[in-house]
Ligand binder design. Structure first.
Ligand code: MG
Ligand code: ZN
Length: 225
């Protein structure tokens, strides 16, 4: 396509309250408070981000199974209106605080701060925060977690990383999930990994299958757990 055919939004041209600098600054300050609170209680928090259907919940369930002997685990689960995922995670013996965002497509530090008040933080070692399924704005809203895990699935196609680079910038770990479906999807997982590494060379990229648990131990290792 010729470059001149593309309509390009100028800086700040798209109306989006989420990109208001004051809101982002207020969020960063609250994220810092969350981080201090978590540190004081020796809680390691992991913000789990990725599209709807990438497999965030399944991977949290598998991680909970693998790690529950060594850590006291809790979870915050962001969703628009449902608690389906929260209940799935709860079945693994994890204390879960569901967060419903209504129409908002991401968690923010204020919601996380409210949810943290519902947890006995001094009795928790590890906290998974499953963000709302979305690849775009969660990147703009730090929550105060110590680590960030981005989950992508081969079912999102071969170009998903190059199309959504920002979510990968601050991720310590990226899980490329549903690898058993890669050939059916015509996706080369090595290429996806190369795309992630190009955006964020410091990230650890692991291949996983949330259904079987394959590779989940490598997520834990990469997170330093
Ligand atoms: Mg989920
Ligand atoms: Zn959003």
């Amino acid at each position: 396509m010729a470059d001149s055919e593309v309509v390009r939004a100028g800086e700040g041209e798209v109306y989006d309250v989420e990109l208001d600098e004051n809101i982002l600054k207020a969020n960063r300050e609250l994220a810092e408070e969350n981080q201090n609170l978590l540190k004081k209680n020796n809680v390691v928090a992991v913000d789990v981000m990725g599209s709807i259907g990438a497999g965030k919940t399944s991977l949290i369930e598998r991680l909970a199974d693998q790690l529950s002997k060594r850590y006291r685990i809790a979870a915050l689960k962001g969703d628009l209106t449902t608690t389906i995922d929260a209940e799935m995670i709860r079945r693994h013996g994890v204390e879960v605080v569901p967060i419903n965002t209504g129409k908002e497509c991401h968690l923010d530090a204020n919601l996380v701060r409210k949810a943290l008040k519902r947890l006995p933080l001094n009795k928790i070692d590890l906290l998974f925060i499953e963000n709302v399924g979305n690849l775009i704005c969660p990147a703009e809203f730090p929550l105060g977690s110590e680590k960030r895990l981005v989950v992508i699935s081969v079912t999102e196609g071969p170009y998903m990383v190059v199309k959504h680079p920002f979510i990968f910038l601050d991720a310590e770990v990226v899980a490329i999930n549903k690898i058993d479906l890669a050939s059916a999807m015509g996706v080369e997982i090595k290429n996806l990994r190369a795309d992630v590494k190009k955006v964020n060379p410091k990230s650890e990229v692991v291949f996983t299958n949330g259904r079987t648990g394959e590779g989940v131990n490598r997520i834990a290792e990469a997170l330093g757990l």
